[in-house]
Design a protein around this ligand. Sequence first.
Ligand code: GLA
Length: 383
Amino acid sequence: MSTQQQIVSAFKEHFSTTPKLFYSPGRINLIGEHIDYNDGFVMPAAIDKGIWFAVAANNTNKVNFVSVDLNDSYSIEIDKIEKNESWKNYVLGVLHVLQEKNISFGGFDCVFGGNLPVGAGLSSSAAVEGGLLFALNTIFSFGMNRIEMALLAQKAEHGYPGVNCGIMDQFASLNGQKDHVILLDCTSLEHKHFPLQLEKYNIVLINTKVHHSLASGEYNKRRKNCEDGFKLLKTRLSEAKSFRSISSKQVVEQKDLLDAKTFDRCLYVTEEIERTQLAGKLLEENNLVEFGKLMFQTHDGLSKLYEVSCDELDFLVDEARKHSSIIGSRLMGGGFGGCTINIIEKEKTDATVNEITAAYFKKFNVHPEVYITNTSNGTYEIV
Ligand code: GLA
């Protein structure tokens, strides 16, 4: 975990060039999970935890990276970029997609690190990809807008890291606005920044400390499952263009067409698309209590139908249900570990969170981390 100051100091230690400084945030998602790649709607926001980048052109043909958090560094010549391992694939993946698009850049020095926990479902990978792309777009004047950058950063994640993610994380990190959530239509990328009026509530993330790894392949399997399910459903529902035009009722009617797992995945996806549309209306009416109930439903779907939860996440949500001060709770992000997102009454946040974390420790012998989260602007240059 590093601070902005540590990134600036580390740059001075390693390089003699003069850097520009950037901040690239992580994201939360209120509702709409695992449906960004199923033509659904999502409600993410950029948050006040993220990654700083200090970057300077160095007039050589070499790119030099220093990861302060991992205490590691890597250098390579521009024309020799290829797939590597671990964190390097996130930064090299960005350079690779730029080269694929024939967007040219020169050598540069780059130091990065921040306070965004890795593997906690807060999109540290998107923050790295989007942050580096934004920095290079500024330094080498590519002229890309934020939506183009989000799409390219998503492509970078599909490439070297090999995760066939949807657009939500990269879009939210680059396009967030402080005190707003983004209502994003993942098909058209039409979006609206909607004021988040939390008033007497906090958004609290509780980190199971179970390190999720999307690259483990389960994520890609879910995506493939949904694609296969949709193709089968389309054999009978020929008008359907995507999951958005199929109702959960129709999925139930076509149950005989699908094997048990595929049925569950398709049912979850269609239910979650319906839920997010309702959730959007409730948010516009500022009806957080009803909104919170939908979050619990989403968790049940993610756990039982989509099967991306784990004992630790289920435990935290079950504990949350016992507290009337928590109006909504669910696993957030890709799943298999990481954080739950909870909407908790401000006045009772400390007491509630203490009880839940104590119960978690008793059960798993691990102290979960707790982050009371604020929203932030999308990736920006610090001047
Ligand atoms: C990860 C992916 C996103 C999205 C979520 C689940 O964060 O990167 O595209 O699919 O999982 O909603």
